[in-house]
Design a protein around this ligand. Sequence first.
Ligand SMILES: [Fe+2]
Length: 263
Amino acid sequence: MLPFGAEPLGSGIVLFKNKINVPDELTSFLYSLKEESKVKHYSYVCDENGNQIYATNKSGHRFKLEDIDKNCSRITDFYDSCTQDWQSDFFRSCEKAIYQSMIEYASMYPMVLPCLWWKTHGHVLAYGPGSDLGLHCDNDINFSPGFEPDFQLGIRHVLAAITYFNSSKDTVDDDNFVGGKITFPYAGVTYTPEKGDILMFPGNYMCAHQVDEVSAGNRYAFLEYFDPQRYYRTQRRLTRRATDERVNGELYNFFIKDLGLKD
Ligand SMILES: [Fe+2]
């Protein structure tokens, strides 16, 4: 039996509908963080006259100056920016909903669980008008010939979890955006973002994906990854209490008895 609210879309892509309540005030809070993050996340390389030539981000990727506004912004230190209780409470509730969804996901695909020992510190990805994201998989290193990034951020990602903070609509309003659908071409899946949903999928090439251009408004999503090994100091270890949280204990039995992890 499928876990409540889980909708398999194919190739290990699972949609968890309406898993979190997103407060109306969130998008304006995230807009201010998005503008701050553009300043923090880019370093600029100048010529001998002090003119900016290009920018690099923290992963060492190089960007044309005219592309900066079109790029997605990563908001990584949102807890530091939470000045009100509802803000930090909201992000904690997201992490909890993602964790619960991961357990539901593992009950559908039990062999994923031995691969999941650590989780990344989540971050918000903000797409402004005109931004999109080309085809990639979440465990690639975005290698370009002649320019290999120093910090290979995603190399160990096994399972991705994207939580949507606002929705794709036909017309833009204060809270939502136009465009920004995510497509998995090898899996034949396209998903239109809806506020409160969580999408989980494997980080490998079979779930390569791309995001259509956001033609109006700002698209906000929260990203977490589950990995077999620790890679960032900020990663937190998952406990095997995960297996106890299954209501019927099927998963726990699977690990304890079927895989013989414990007598
Ligand atoms: Fe991705």
